[in-house]
Design a protein around this ligand. Structure first.
Ligand code: GRF
Length: 228
């Protein structure tokens, strides 16, 4: 249970290998305040399906079959989420963009964001979109990194929750570079989940900007969360 006794009912969305999804499942095992009701994937052969089995977690495969439009696909996903009373979505290598209508279903007015979080393999706002480790590596960056952020209507533009950077080693191959980034992805996802369980997440406006800053564990975060 979190410090206020609330239970987070989460779903993890993944399209591929699922190592982040597994990291989240491992974290949830330790904390009764975080329940991962299900893994959802759009890919019938995704590696994440086996990982879910290992943890005896339900895995819902919701493919976008030929002819199915985005609205129908998201409606099928919503159906699964409603049945399971899911209130938080943790994206972990989910390769589709969620529509504004879908995101609105997860709007949290108190927090001022959608209850949808994504892990992205670059130091946003640099290198948004796909293959970001490769984009960064090929750009010759000396400092690379990873970002956990809330999901808004743009692509990789939502409020930044946590970031962690690493230095490129000049001789290193791409796979080693990527592997070091992945370790940091697991770390920041786990750190955020811990904050969420403890009701230590809040957002504030940045003066002079239309962006928001995420406060973790700052003064007043618990109170703001407790009003929910
Ligand atoms: C990760 O690099 C994540 O940041 C990106 O997709 C990759 C997924 O890897 N969005 P995995 O499936 O969690 O192993």
């Amino acid at each position: 249970m979190g410090k206020t006794g609330k239970i987070i009912r989460g779903a993890v969305f993944a399209s591929g290998n699922g190592s982040n999804a597994e990291n989240i499942l491992r974290h949830a095992e330790k904390y009764p305040g975080l329940q991962i009701l299900l893994i959802l994937t759009d890919q019938p052969y995704a590696g994440v399906i086996e990982r879910a089995k290992k943890f005896a977690t339900a895995c819902e495969v919701v493919p976008r079959k030929g002819g199915m439009d985005k609205v129908a696909h998201e409606a099928a996903i919503m159906d699964v989420l409603r049945k399971n009373k899911v209130d938080w979505i943790f994206l972990a290598g989910y390769m589709r963009i969620l529509s504004p209508e879908f995101l609105r279903e997860f709007r949290d007015e108190t927090l001022g964001v959608n209850r949808v979080v994504n892990i992205h393999p670059s130091l946003l706002p640099a290198f948004p979109g796909a293959d970001s480790y490769l984009q960064a590596f090929n750009a010759g960056v000396k400092i690379a990194g990873v970002t956990l952020h809330f999901v808004d209507e743009g692509v990789d533009t939502g409020p930044i929750i946590l970031q962690r950077a690493f230095e490129r080693e000049e001789e290193e191959e791409f796979e080693a570079f990527r592997a070091r980034g992945m370790q940091l992805e697991y770390e920041i996802y786990a750190e955020f989940l811990q904050r969420l369980i403890n009701d230590e997440v809040a957002l504030a406006n940045i003066p002079g900007s239309d962006k928001k800053i995420v406060r973790l564990g700052g003064e007043g975060t618990k109170e703001k969360w407790a009003q929910r």
